[in-house]
Ligand binder design. Structure first.
Ligand SMILES: [Zn+2]
Length: 254
């Protein structure tokens, strides 16, 4: 049993074969999946999926790419969505200085605003951080998430990981940990305490080896579990079980 803690199955690329994707995932033992929103419509779709499928849970929020579109109406409607059942986290939120699709000042404001909202409603946050380590650190220090958080697709150094682990964050690993040039990420996956790591696919993106470059789907989270087991000299079952336990803890789910 594995929990894919971050996927976007509401994406249009699954329109044709959604049910087959779900069937494959269930037969592979992926018993839970968190569908993550990145703007208001995708957050609404995530909640709808969580209502329609017992093994799907939802996270809602505005991604830094979409920060510029967010306004008071967005927050009001997201706060309405939070009241629905199976909304387990606020995200994905954060900073993306790699693509810079929204102005940095607005990205920061929207990130801070959403940490405050998550604190208000009692949810952990899901953080997207790309090339923005210093500013992300500064924000989570000045506006700490009170219900914890996950660094999704963790890609930073072990030095930064130690700081985040000390602050209580969870680190989630995706396809890149299986890539050949992943020395830094492998190092973190090896050193991080076993009770603070999670696995995810970020489907349809970041497909793990050996299918890198093709469309991703939750089934392939087994490749991440395999890789972490190999790195840590542990069994597949141990990593699956422990990451499931960790997901249940951070998402406060039984
Ligand atoms: Zn994502």
């Amino acid at each position: 049993m594995i929990w894919d803690t971050h996927a976007h199955l509401d994406d249009l690329v699954y329109k044709e074969d959604f049910l087959e994707v779900v069937e494959r995932m269930k037969s592979a033992g992926i018993s839970r999946m968190t569908n993550v929103g990145y703007d208001l419509p995708s957050s609404e779709r995530s909640v709808k999926l969580a209502q329609d499928y017992d093994f799907i849970y939802a996270a809602i929020g505005v991604h830094p790419h979409n920060a510029e579109e967010a306004n008071d109406d967005t927050w009001e409607r997201l706060l309405e969505l939070v009241k629905k059942s199976k909304v387990l986290a606020w995200g994905e939120i954060g900073l993306d200085y790699y693509r810079d699709l929204s102005p940095r000042l607005i990205q920061k404001e929207v990130f801070i605003q959403q940490i405050k909202l998550a604190n208000e409603v009692g949810l952990p946050i899901v953080i997207h951080n790309r090339d923005a380590h210093q500013d992300v650190l500064e924000i989570i220090k000045t506006t700490p998430p009170q219900y914890g958080g996950i660094f999704h697709c963790y890609s930073g150094s072990w030095e930064m990981a130690k700081v985040l682990l000390n602050m209580g964050f969870y680190l989630s690993f995706a396809g890149p940990v299986t890539y050949k040039n992943a020395r830094q990420t492998v190092e973190v996956a090896k050193q991080a305490p076993l009770d603070r790591i999670l696995v995810e696919t970020d489907s349809p993106y970041l497909t793990p080896e050996p299918r890198r470059g093709k469309r991703n789907e939750p089934t392939y989270v087994v490749e991440i579990v395999h890789k972490i087991a190999e790195i840590r000299n542990a069994s597949f079952e141990d990593i699956a079980e422990q990451t499931m336990r960790n997901a249940k803890t951070i998402f406060k789910s039984n």
